[in-house]
Design a protein around this ligand. Structure first.
Ligand code: GRF
Length: 224
């Protein structure tokens, strides 16, 4: 059998990297159509770097603090690393840093993010507490293409969880995180399989995905 070409991923992180780990685990399945070629962090001590190295993936960090030339220059250095890695898709997974407009333009249609709310509600930081403060009965997570405006690009997939009595921000975050770990690898699979398209209005369609795929990412749905 010929070697199947896999989609090459650069995963950008700032912290513990549990989403990164979910993607690493997915990539370990022989039939998964993507592989990670670079883990990058703006935090030198990000726990996720070690997860990458343990999985024999190139893991690099450049601190943004005091980087000469500011955000644009920093993002250019990151882009150069990504280009050198040969990545086809840039996956923001807890990358707690605003990216510059030129970075978004450079990676247009090849840059995705995961956010722990049901966008367009609760953009930015502190979103679990914000959801609790608003009294919503359902929360969740969103995978979307990145555009210059923060947490605003075309929505590819969402998963929903209930808000339960007695929740605090930590409990809600854990419940949502579990779904993040399902939804992100599934979306990357769809992109790798060439099924994801965006129309002129920014509405995403996933072609030929079995209904079970959607149930897989969203516990609010029944398969079949
Ligand atoms: C996740 O909740 C993600 O949605 C948000 O930052 C968190 C990162 O967690 N953008 P981890 O580093 O993947 O564990």
């Amino acid at each position: 059998m010929g070697k199947v070409t896999k989609l090459k991923l650069a995963v950008l992180i700032s912290g513990g990297g549990s989403n990164l780990q979910a993607i690493i685990d997915a990539c370990n399945a022989p039939d998964y159509p993507a592989e990670i070629v670079l883990v990058f962090s703006n935090q030198l001590d990000a726990g996720g770097l070690e997860r990458g190295r343990k999985a024999d993936i190139r893991a690099e960090a450049i601190s943004h603090k005091g980087y000469p030339g500011g955000r644009e220059a920093y993002d250019n250095a990151v882009s150069t690393l990504i280009e050198e890695s040969g990545a086809d898709l840039v996956v923001l997974a807890g990358y707690l840093r605003l990216v510059s407009e030129s970075f978004v333009t450079r990676w247009k249609d090849k840059l995705i993010n995961i956010h722990p709310s049901l966008l367009p509600s609760f953009k930015g930081l502190g979103v679990h507490q914000a959801a609790l403060d608003a009294g919503v009965k359902f929360a969740g997570c969103t995978v979307h293409y990145v555009v210059p405006e923060v947490d605003s690009g075309p929505i590819i997939a969402q998963a929903v969880v209930p808000v339960l009595p007695g929740d605090d921000a930590g409990k809600l975050a854990q419940r949502i995180l579990k779904q993040e770990h399902r939804i992100y690898p599934q979306v990357i699979r769809w992109i790798a399989e060439g099924r994801v398209s965006v129309d002129a209005k920014g509405i995403v369609t996933v072609a030929d995905a079995p209904k079970a795929d959607f149930a897989e990412i969203n516990p609010a749905l029944e398969p079949g």
